[in-house]
Design a protein. Structure first.
Length: 368
């Protein structure tokens, strides 16, 4: 099974409600889809969102990176040589992690298809059912409480609350949601780099002293502020999780060495794909640091890959935040991963099991 071509498309899926964080507001998923073709007629699928404020990747940079730097290196390569291909992808250019991730996902899809097994089994196997949380976007307090109650009614037992815009309001938002859902759902807080270290300690002290129990606090400070992260971690009782501060294996070592966080958030779009995500999970596991698997605003193509990884690495990945498909108005992808609100299950279809993508625009329309 050799690579003959790499094609690109665009997938647009509207969200149920606008996705609002301390960094941005988004109304639809608009992702580049990668189709890796082979001489056996098999196709591998991958996907990359443009998340410029986090990874630096834009639609234009993803297309340029794949077409001009990654694709020329991969044509003619044999899918059986997985490690060699991943090395070619990772060394093709610096950064551009979302572009690399999209191609790697498609390669892993083909590798598992080659062996006739679902990807999670090729990665080591596991229980093919996991449970995800769902994101509650930053908004008016009443709206956030209503969204939280609605999520619980839909069966979600973990809520990730977005904060980081106004610290006084943030505290009131979380208190109100906690009062409304107490005992019915675990609460995770995500500040998306929106606080300073001292603000984070102030906010968490206020919440903890008010009896608000939180499962974790995610990325309270700027991505580069590891000292600030350590400052918060040392002074609050709630476990602190690093997200934007950790992209790849090297940063995991630094974070663990400094004891700057309690949990690591793995995202394929930060690690540059599955190969480095496995390394991050393995490093964290060696040091007894739990991991969460997360996603950007992605459809069920790339989120499916994250699900397979989460199943296979369940010993290291103990928390799941793969709500991208649940935030979309509909799922345009028919695949081997079934997204049913909080429950995500994997079938025995080979690879990612993708059979059809509704509304995929052909490559020549990308410039439109």
């Amino acid at each position: 099974m050799k690579i003959t071509d790499i094609e690109l498309g665009m997938l647009r899926v509207p969200l149920k409600t606008p996705f609002k964080t301390a960094l941005r507001t988004v109304e639809s998923v608009e992702d580049i889809v990668v189709l890796v073709r082979t001489d056996t007629g098999h196709t591998g699928y991958g996907e990359a969102p443009a998340t410029a404020v986090i990874t630096g990747d834009t639609h234009g940079s993803i297309i340029e990176a794949i077409n001009n730097f990654i694709k020329p290196r991969l044509i003619g390569e044999d899918i059986a040589n997985l490690n060699r291909i991943c090395g070619l992808v990772q060394s093709s250019l610096e950064r551009n992690t979302s572009a690399k991730a999209a191609v790697e996902i498609a390669i892993y899809d083909l590798w598992a298809q080659l062996h006739g097994a679902p990807l999670y089994q090729m990665l080591g196997g596991g229980d093919p059912v996991i449970t995800t949380d769902i994101t509650i976007s930053v908004d008016y307090i009443d709206k956030m409480v209503a969204d939280s109650l609605s999520a619980i009614e839909r069966g979600f037992e973990s809520l990730k609350i977005k904060v980081g815009k106004d610290i006084g309001l943030d505290i009131e938002r979380v208190k109100a949601i906690h009062a409304a859902v107490e005992g019915r759902a675990l609460l995770r807080l995500d500040a998306n780099q929106g606080w300073t270290a001292k603000q984070a300690v102030y906010a968490m002290s206020a919440l903890e002293n008010a009896g608000v129990v939180l499962e974790l606090l995610e990325q309270p400070v700027k991505a580069a502020d590891i000292d600030g992260m350590k400052y918060v971690t040392e002074r609050v009782n709630t476990p602190v999780m690093a997200d934007e501060s950790v992209f790849g294996p090297h940063q995991v070592f630094d974070l663990i060495h400094q004891r700057a966080a309690d949990i690591i958030n793995i995202k394929l779009m930060k690690t540059g794909g599955i190969s480095n995500a496995i390394k991050v999970a393995d490093i964290a596991s060696l040091y007894g640091i739990p991991c969460m698997i997360g996603c950007m605003l992605e459809s069920s193509i790339s989120v499916a890959a994250a699900v397979h990884l989460a199943v296979a690495k369940s010993g290291a990945i103990t928390k799941v935040d793969l709500d991208g498909p649940s935030l979309c108005r509909f799922d345009p992808v028919q695949s081997g991963v079934v997204f049913n609100e909080s429950e995500i299950s994997v079938t025995d279809a080979p690879g990612l099991g993708i059979r059809h993508i509704e509304g995929l625009a052909p490559a020549h329309e990308l410039a439109a």
